[in-house]
Design a protein around this ligand. Structure first.
Ligand SMILES: [Zn+2]
Length: 183
């Protein structure tokens, strides 16, 4: 039965082909997942020298205010009590709907971009320039009254305008404070 044999061979070839396609796809996904690496914000801030100038991924809650600067904007990203200022394009910023503050949880965001320990474009501050952002989970207005914890109280004070000082106790990362009026 030569017909059957050739069918089996063809079947095997097809299987091999499919397996190869899957392997290639898996490899591509893995390569994409490997670079850039995901780094906790606390680790990034603590080991800033090591990560300076690197392209990486961070995740955190968008908190405070979206501070517009021409066709860009700043947002503070908070993870485990440490925050970092992220420099976004207008288009990226428009994807953020909810910002964390007292009575509100902000959008959970993944940012891929370049980390700067002392950004030459932004007064030598520690920051991250986003190349791409992804909304992982939408924030929401909390229906249950949150316990007036330290961070919540800090956020409340922050909204009143004294961001860096009021956050100081609860958040060890450098936060980007709104500019004083007139600038
Ligand atoms: Zn910068």
């Amino acid at each position: 039965m030569p017909g059957l044999k050739s069918w089996i061979r063809r079947g095997m070839e097809m299987l091999l082909c499919v397996a190869l396609v899957f392997a290639t796809a898996a490899q591509a996904a893995r390569t994409e997942g490997d670079a850039p690496p995901s780094v906790p914000i606390a680790q990034l801030v603590a080991r800033a020298k090591e990560y300076d100038g690197k392209i990486l991924t961070v995740e955190g809650e968008a908190i405070g205010d979206l501070m517009k600067r021409g066709n860009h904007a700043w947002v503070n990203l908070l993870e485990d009590g440490v925050a970092i200022g992220v420099w976004l394009t207008e288009e990226q910023a428009s994807q953020i709907h909810e910002l964390g503050r007292y009575g509100n949880s902000g959008d959970l965001i993944q940012v891929r971009g370049t980390f700067h320990r002392a950004c030459p474009d932004h007064g030598g501050d520690l920051d991250m320039h986003a190349a791409a952002i992804q909304i992982l989970r939408r924030g929401s207005k909390k229906t249950v009254e949150a316990k007036p914890g330290r961070l919540a109280a800090s956020i409340g004070l922050c909204i009143l305008g004294d961001c860096s000082r009021s956050y100081g106790g609860a958040v060890s990362g450098k936060l980007r404070a709104p500019d004083p009026p007139g600038i």
